[in-house]
Design a protein around this ligand. Sequence first.
Ligand code: FAD
Ligand code: NAP
Length: 319
Amino acid sequence: MTSSPSLHSRVIVVGSGPAGYTAAIYAARAMLEPVLVAGFEQGGQLMITTDVENYPGFAETIQGPWLMEQMRLQAEHVGAKLISDHIVEARLGKRPFELLGDSGRLYTCDALIIATGAKARWLGLPSEEKFKGFGVSACATCDGFFFRGKRVVVVGGGNTAVEEALYLSNIASHVTIVHRRDSFRAERVLQERLRRQENIEILFDHVIEEIGGDENPLSVTHARAKNVSTGALRTLETDGVFVAIGHSPASELFRGQLALKPSGYIAVEPGTTRTSIPGVFAAGDVADEVYRQAVTAAGLGCMAALEAEHYLMETPVGV
Ligand code: FAD
Ligand code: NAP
């Protein structure tokens, strides 16, 4: 049973991050009248960040949510149809391809562009699960405000962790960044800013073993860190733990239907966005385990739309 009539489009784009919006812009300008299903996180990962300083075209620092709003407006302006729904099932063994929305609506298409991006990764500790939303977070820009004048821990060593630590250092009284190795993988410019910030302490070669706190109300009071070389344990007094250990590709929906890499990223033919099923294209972070930048996601979205256009020109409908 579906709640609304099914909707057919020549091209459906799944995802509304930089890859999805760019694919929709190019497909709309190719007169393919694309439908873009935005997903639960409309605008994608850049909606949960603040400053974006490396997206070309802007001499001044811009804000992630503002950039995504511009992309949305541009996609709508050129004629893409945006739909607020989240795909819960994909049937790629059929022509046209079928997608089922969380709303109960069925979507069908002759070509599909997957731009579902990536999702925050967690440490996998039972105590992390227990305090999620009660002192444990994966988004400093969303939850940092609750830690004004308090102590926080940030876990990770990539760009996200360093940016989160810098952001939180302007809100919290003290930030400890805990990284499992003795050097960051974050860009040098960010590392230098981190080292200049007086209320940030760097704890290398440590992993968080447990997060502890009070039961009533449920709140974090400390985290236990283990030295990876010596095994020595150390208790960090903290009111919050921000987990920033990267993202996993949002490809589960397609597992068993499309070829995935062992890492879970959708496999594409080198130099293209073509997946293992003709007519299905994958763009952005869901298929890119190397670069994972807004500008590369946008570039791959452009490639996917151009490849979908060629595919549709060469393939009779229904084949
Ligand atoms: P995403 O932005 O991840 O978007 C995925 C989209 O897919 C979302 O709209 C989601 O709702 C949708 N979706 C997922 N599953 C479904 C489904 N089942 N049905 C429908 N829709 C679905 N990069 C930079 O270049 N510069 C930066 O300064 C920068 N800062 C960052 C800061 C943070 C905190 C983070 C987390 C990332 C940052 N990045 C930055 C990386 C950048 O955000 C990503 O590379 C980029 O957003 C990837 O774009 P994408 O379109 O592939 O996917
Ligand atoms: P990332 O680059 O994959 O870094 C993840 C970090 O978490 C690594 O330091 C990793 O350690 C650590 N880690 C992973 N699993 C762990 C675990 N189980 N326990 C403890 N630590 C763990 O992820 P990211 O920082 O989220 O960045 C993702 C992409 O977005 C990157 O391509 C990045 O460049 C981009 N991005 C860009 C910007 C920007 O341009 N300003 C900002 C944010 C993100 P190891 O180092 O030991 O592997």
